[in-house]
Write a protein that binds this ligand. Structure first.
Ligand code: CTP
Length: 403
């Protein structure tokens, strides 16, 4: 799996550094070559001698080492790799990376690289949950850095429990393998924008119009597309499920914000509109909480139509994605309604599903869908939402190949 892959391992200064010795062995067992770069703090925990014995290569430690600079140089070092893995990624290293500081060999190499970076954070739980670390992690994710862990459990040095333990070597290996699998995946090099979840349309500052969408199907598609190597932007309404892995998530509340975020994510090869967008919003939502006026009569709620995101994208003349896919959640006349939506919204395909209360689809884990295109209808058996996502991703990859 990792045959011939070149990994630059940046070892940070944390007690979890000892696990990187095993990580090097596991990577080399699988055919990867590992070159190690250690921060000075890392050398307080493990020695370059043991790291070098395991990598069977020179270990790089000093930005100002004339010999190293002459032979390799920090710029080349950071580019002569297929992937850079930072383990353990300390709070300090994450902060430097997020802010673009470059004052030692590790941070300079990380700034100079044009290669993907995977980090395995390890730190005390209080440091991990500190708002500064959360900000740095969010920034790094937005910049395209991938994360593995940290896990929850007991800390090696203090015995304290919480989230902050570095992922185990085999988990890091699995993340590295997944990274390379995605690179050669059927959607590698493709960009996809996906909407998911409901929208919330304010009536006043405390009340809103919403629907029962859980976001499970849209999120599952985003995760499956990322696994297949796509560059995925997920525009999500308010949901309670976790973010899918390796996906850029843009959080929105209203239909209008969702449309804006989708437009910002274009151009893309594919658009999949799986969100249950509220068709209407309250006209002139009140800036103040609406109070009972004592008359016993409820206030009139005047609704106005929201923009149709799918129709805007599907019927868009310039910059239309090659493939535009919509969903149709129906409680009757499934195919007929889906066909009408296909036509009206300029979509290439509508994934139609029956959401009558007895199907349990809304919020459930299974889905029975039919794919409606201008060429006909394909029926899929009842599948988990994850399986629907995987099949859809395969189908999309085939369509893009043909196009
Ligand atoms: N959709 C959208 N923007 C809207 C409404 C719907 O992008 N304002 C998208 C949904 O994400 C979905 C498709 O359009 O992909 C169909 O959504 P659905 O709610 O079933 O269709 P509606 O247009 O709302 O039609 P109706 O309410 O008449 O069933």
């Amino acid at each position: 799996m990792l045959d011939g892959k070149r990994i630059l391992l940046v070892i940070g200064g944390g007690i979890a550094a000892y696990k990187t010795l095993d990580l090097i062995r596991r990577l080399r067992e699988r055919g990867a070559s590992v070159r190690a770069l250690m921060t000075s703090a890392a050398q307080e925990f493990i020695t370059p001698l043991s790291v070098g014995a395991l990598t069977a290569d020179r270990v790089f430690t000093d930005l100002f080492d004339r010999e190293d600079e002459h032979d390799v140089g920090h710029i080349r070092l950071s580019r002569e790799a297929d992937l850079i893995v930072v383990a353990p990624a300390t709070a300090d290293l994450l902060a430097k990376m997020a802010h673009g500081l470059a004052n030692d060999l590790a941070s300079t190499a990380l700034m100079a690289t044009d290669k993907p970076v995977l980090v395995a954070p390890a730190m005390n739980p209080a440091m991990w949950s500190h708002p500064a670390t959360s900000r740095n992690v969010a920034q790094l994710k937005a910049d395209g850095t991938s994360f593995i862990g940290p896990n929850s459990g007991e800390m090696a040095e203090s015995g304290e429990a919480g989230v902050g333990r570095m992922a185990e070597p085999l988990e890091i290996v699995a993340a590295i393998e997944a990274h390379f699998a995605a690179q050669s995946g059927p959607l590698s090099g493709r960009s996809i924008v996906i909407t998911s979840g409901p929208t919330h349309e304010p009536i006043d500052p405390v009340r809103y119009i919403a629907n029962r969408s859980s976001g499970k199907q849209g999120h599952a598609i985003a995760e499956a597309a990322a696994r297949a190597g796509a560059d995925v932007t997920l525009v999500s309404g308010p949901v309670t499920i976790p973010d899918p892995k390796d996906v850029k998530v843009v959080r929105v509340e209203t239909a209008r914000e969702m449309l804006e975020a989708v437009n910002a994510a274009l151009p893309a090869d594919v658009a999949i509109m799986a969100a249950a967008v509220a068709d209407w919003r309250a006209e002139g939502a009140s800036g103040q909480k609406i109070k009972k006026d004592g008359s016993g009569k409820p206030p009139a709620l005047k609704l106005t139509e929201n923009p149709d995101i799918l129709a805007t994208i599907g019927n868009g003349a310039s910059g239309r994605p090659r493939l535009v896919i919509g969903f149709a959640a129906e409680t009757g006349n499934l195919i007929e309604n889906a066909r009408a939506k296909l036509e009206r919204k300029g979509a290439d395909m509508i994934v139609a599903n029956d959401v009558s209360p007895e199907t349990g689809v809304m919020g459930g884990d299974a889905n029975t869908v039919r794919l409606v295109t201008k060429d006909g209808v394909e029926e899929w058996p009842t599948l988990s939402k994850r399986e629907v996502a995987e099949r859809l991703v395969t189908l999309i990859a085939d369509c893009l190949k043909e196009a």
